[in-house]
Write a protein that binds this ligand. Structure first.
Ligand SMILES: Cc1cc2nc3c(=O)[nH]c(=O)nc-3n(C[C@H](O)[C@H](O)[C@H](O)COP(=O)(O)OP(=O)(O)OC[C@H]3O[C@@H](n4cnc5c(N)ncnc54)[C@H](O)[C@@H]3O)c2cc1C
Length: 419
């Protein structure tokens, strides 16, 4: 048990960001209510690839991204796809994304993401001990595997960048060294780059554990409770409206992931987020499972070997809040893994899944106070790395609401109040 002070915080959204925030707020002594419209952990935090990966600190917007990525975006067979449509919001987002595709902004975004990534890796390890977190955590590193030598050499620039700015060098592995480390790779890959310190876990197990832990600490977790709007008094919120009536509190956290833009009017600011739809396929764990997760950058597919399963995931589709599972696109996961692995996937599919990543154009999460309500903190925009940045985001949210010194600077995440 933790001590309770008189202040009550309502957290809206039970994804990895809302759950982590609820946990650290409770640790700080607040009485906490977490409101989730569906089941806790049923959003984007459910079926993602489970990689906890500071090595992936570089944002999507980088030098050359326009040429490499946007040119192929309208092709249906490409893992990155934009559904052609008239959407001023989307085109505005893309224009802002394009303006960020340069070395200066890439460094700025990576520098903002890295403290949350490093701190979260550390916090996960603390949570494993302190809360007996059973989420199939494995610290086996992460491999970036290439089919051809030219593409593999292309990664040298990224390695040099991460080494220079973040002291994060990768180990370059020739094909024979790669087989030795991970015999599951196919015979004819060119080689890979290895980050030894990355980790992975099973996301749905993590979310089930968050629920257990929050309940054990007497957090009032209310599933099936959608929040419609805030009730305000002057420059503060005093409650939230749900189907069951108004729930009053002293402070609020809005952590609703990709759905955040629907709250723009309420919080009084633009939330430049697009839902970036991704898919995953989960199989039973194969008899001879790979040990180390892999990313195949040439096909933009990731493979995660979990203790109780095996997952292929990826694709980035900007098609609005579309809930359909597109068979052609989900099959890209299989064809994208085939060139790299001896047994890329099994026959039996345990789960086909999609999630909407909360994609902000510059790749830097928003952890900032609403311009309209002084006691409402917005935490969203974690793009492709919400699982990797979850615990540190939750801790920072708690520190900002409590007026405690933040363990990482909050300045980079103040989108609404940046000059
Ligand atoms: C294919 C794929 C692979 C990925 N792989 C990785 C990876 O390997 N590593 C990594 O770090 N990240 C990965 N990600 C990204 C990661 O999943 C997201 O960044 C993260 O889950 C976002 O968490 P969140 O809490 O912001 O959003 P969510 O998990 O979507 O949570 C938001 C919650 O808010 C609830 N909600 C919304 N509106 C309301 C309302 N009005 N009232 C109450 N509740 C509401 C929703 O139901 C939802 O449960 C991946 C994503 C995808 C799609």
């Amino acid at each position: 048990m933790v001590n309770t002070n008189q202040s009550h915080v309502v957290v809206i959204g039970g994804g990895v960001i809302g759950s982590s925030s609820a946990y650290f707020l409770r640790q700080a002594g607040y009485r906490v209510t977490l409101l989730e419209k569906d089941a806790l952990g049923s959003g984007c935090s459910h079926g993602n690839c489970g990689l906890v990966c500071p090595s992936d600190a570089l944002p999507l917007a980088g030098p050359g991204a326009i040429g490499k990525t946007l040119k192929t975006l309208f092709k249906r067979h490409n893992p990155l796809y934009i559904k052609p449509r008239i959407s001023p919001r989307l085109w505005f987002w893309l224009a802002k994304f394009a303006l960020r595709c340069n070395a200066r902004h890439m460094l700025q975004a990576a520098s903002a993401r890295m403290p949350l990534l490093e701190s979260s890796l550390h916090l996960y390890q603390e949570l494993l001990e302190k809360e007996q977190l059973e989420c199939e955590w494995q610290k086996n590193g992460l491999l970036y595997v290439y089919k051809d030598t030219a593409a593999m050499e292309g990664y040298r620039a990224t390695d040099a960048f991460l080494t220079k700015h973040f002291a994060l060098p990768a180990k370059r592995l020739e094909a024979c060294e790669l087989y030795e480390l991970e015999p599951a790779v196919a015979d004819d890959v060119a080689g890979g780059w290895y980050y030894e310190d990355d980790a992975h876990l099973r996301p749905d197990r993590l979310m089930a554990e968050w629920k257990r832990i929050l309940l054990e600490y007497d957090v009032d977790v209310r599933e099936g409770t959608e929040v419609f709007k805030f009730k305000r008094k002057g420059i503060n919120a005093i409650g939230v409206l749900t189907r069951d009536g108004i729930i009053e509190a002293d402070k609020f956290v809005l952590a609703v992931g990709a759905i955040s833009p629907r709250w723009e009017k309420e919080i009084g600011a633009d939330i430049p987020i697009q839902p970036g739809k991704g898919y995953s396929l989960t199989f039973p764990r194969p008899q001879y499972s790979p040990r180390i997760p892999m990313i195949f950058p040439q096909h933009r597919v990731a493979m995660t070997p979990m203790q109780t399963g095996y997952r292929l995931g990826s694709t980035m589709e900007f098609s609005g809040y579309d809930k359909k599972i597109n068979r052609r696109r989900i099959n890209l996961l299989k064809s994208g893994a085939e060139p790299y692995l001896r047994e890329p996937y099994g026959e039996e599919v345990v789960e086909e899944w999609f999630g909407w990543r909360p994609m902000i154009y510059h790749g830097i999460p928003i952890i900032d106070t609403s311009p309209r309500m002084d006691n409402v903190l917005v935490a969203t925009g974690h793009n492709m790395l919400g699982l990797s940045m979850g615990p540190a985001t939750g801790k920072l949210v708690s520190e900002l609401l409590s007026g405690q010194p933040p363990h990482v600077s909050a300045d980079p995440y103040r989108l609404f109040h940046s000059k």
